[in-house]
Design a protein around this ligand. Structure first.
Ligand code: HEC
Ligand code: HEC
Length: 427
């Protein structure tokens, strides 16, 4: 971040969280678009308005909870339930006022996520102290920026190494995360690489595709890894993706009653697989979710990449599977950093890594594209892998058929008022 930006984000930080706030005092500032574009910040409820037992994260935007928790889990290399009780376990307070307060806290479109997370455990208490320690270190030494994070020390382990350990030295850090890695590049511009990419996928033919319907399968991997003994690999699910220019996309997965992730312009929504589960009801996407969703198909939306990802610069050269790529870096409205990897020879976009900002650090998501096929003179990736690098979950998509310039059903682009029952259960 440039000095000017830091100052700017600090001012906005103060503006957005001017109330007496434990962490603001310590210099934690949510460095998201929500915090940077002041009007949006006002719409996001605070942690303590949505969640039930907040003692440290008071005043922070509630849409940061899951990213923050996932970042902590990945940094320590543990399951959510290392700190939290198993969902459903533990004593929910059987007192009438508790139910009342809870009802008062329900914000439309906000999931309370898994039940029972509010129950305190000794490990949660240690984690709270660690949050305060980390924030204090950043405040005292780094002007409140997230320079030291849980990951800085923990590196995926509960017990950070104190003594010299040869096995931890060197390695190949992910360039984007540490800012290191890769080779410096000169003589190419981000603009030229984007133009080459658009030419490589079909030039004006690609830009003239008005809609695309893709049918295929998705295989989940590594999911529910934190459920210990019950971990299982589910079968591949059928998936149907509808896209329409200039900015509509719906991914429908034939899992349960129908998992949907969709957006139209600046409105994103999603629903889970069980029509009767309150946590799976349709809800608005959080800013960072929408930001990531918008980037998922840079092939169909290639013409908009320059508007979507701003501040683009050539960051470095890097090899992927033996092939040279140029990495260009920028950011979007909601995501603090996006890295695009272009094959040096073919010009194709083969990888994208985007970062979601949590309160303590950034979580990367990686998309790898391959199996490019020609459809009506336009190159379409038939295979792509969407991977939470830090957590090891991945989703592998394989297309069986792609149709273009066909009418698409626009109903799914807009959030419905009730669960959209796409696949009634057989029972
Ligand atoms: C290292 C310990 C630790 C891990 C691992 C962890 N959490 Fe937390 N979690 C906490 C602490 C501490 C709080 C309370 C924060 C506060 O007091 O401000 C919390 C609070 C929460 C809350 C708010 C509960 C409420 O209503 O008050 C949710 C939801 C939550 N965590 C979800 C998760 C999820 C999902 C995961 C796994 C991705 C996870 N947590 C992993 C320590 C942890
Ligand atoms: C400056 C380094 C540093 C930072 C930053 C840091 N930790 Fe720690 N953490 C430690 C050390 C050292 C221990 C003690 C480990 C041991 O007992 O071997 C520890 C222990 C813990 C433990 C207890 C582990 C156990 O086995 O009981 C938890 C939980 C924890 N940290 C969570 C966090 C979280 C969450 C963050 C980020 C908000 C964080 N830590 C940031 C250094 C750090």
């Amino acid at each position: 971040m440039k000095q000017k930006d830091i100052v700017k984000s600090k001012i906005l930080c103060l503006r957005s969280y001017a109330l007496p706030v434990a962490l603001a005092g310590l210099g934690i500032c949510a460095q998201t678009a929500a915090a940077q574009s002041a009007p949006a910040a006002g719409n996001v409820p605070k942690m303590e308005d949505v969640y039930k037992n907040i003692q440290v994260l008071n005043g922070m935007p509630a849409d940061q909870m899951l990213t923050t928790m996932r970042f902590i889990r990945a940094s320590l290399g543990v399951a959510c339930t290392w700190c939290h009780v198993e969902p459903g376990e533990g004593e929910a307070k059987p007192d009438a006022t508790a139910a009342k307060t809870q009802a008062a806290r329900v914000h439309p479109g906000w999931w309370a996520d898994e039940p029972g997370r509010e129950i305190d455990t000794p490990r949660k208490q240690i984690a709270r102290k660690m949050m305060l320690m980390t924030a204090a270190m950043n405040k005292e030494n780094f002007g409140g920026r997230n320079v030291i994070t849980c990951f800085t020390c923990h590196r995926g382990n509960l017990h950070p190494a104190a003594n010299y350990e040869a096995s931890l030295v060197g390695g190949t850090p992910m360039g984007a995360v540490g800012g290191g890695g890769g080779d410096a590049v000169s003589g190419v511009s981000a603009d030229a690489l984007l133009d080459k990419f658009i030419a490589a996928i079909g030039g004006s033919a690609a830009q003239n595709v008005s809609s695309r319907v893709l049918k295929g399968h998705v295989q989940y991997n590594g999911l529910i890894a934190d459920r210990g003994a019950t971990a299982r690999t589910p079968p591949p699910y059928e998936v149907e993706i509808s896209e329409k220019a200039p900015g509509m996309r719906a991914v429908v997965t034939h899992e349960g009653n129908g998992v949907v992730r969709s957006y139209s312009g600046d409105q994103g929504w999603q629903q889970g697989r069980i029509s009767t589960d309150p946590r799976h009801q349709p809800r608005d996407m959080r800013d960072s979710e929408l930001g990531n969703t918008k980037l998922e198909d840079p092939y169909f939306f290639a013409g908009q990449l320059k508007q979507l990802v701003t501040g683009l610069r050539v960051a470095r050269a890097e090899k992927i599977g033996g092939k040279e790529t140029y990495v260009i870096a920028g950011r979007t409205q909601a995501l603090p950093e996006v890295n695009l990897y272009f094959d040096r020879e073919s010009g194709m976009l083969v990888r994208m890594i985007s970062f979601t900002q949590g309160l303590f650090g950034r979580l990367p998501v990686q998309l790898d594209y391959s199996d490019f096929r020609d459809v009506d003179g336009v190159k379409v990736p038939f295979h792509w892998v969407n991977k939470d690098i830090a957590e090891g979950n991945s989703f592998t998509y394989q297309a069986d058929s792609v149709q273009q310039n066909v009418p698409v059903d626009e109903v799914k682009f807009v959030r419905p008022s009730a669960y959209m029952l796409l696949f009634p259960s057989k029972r």
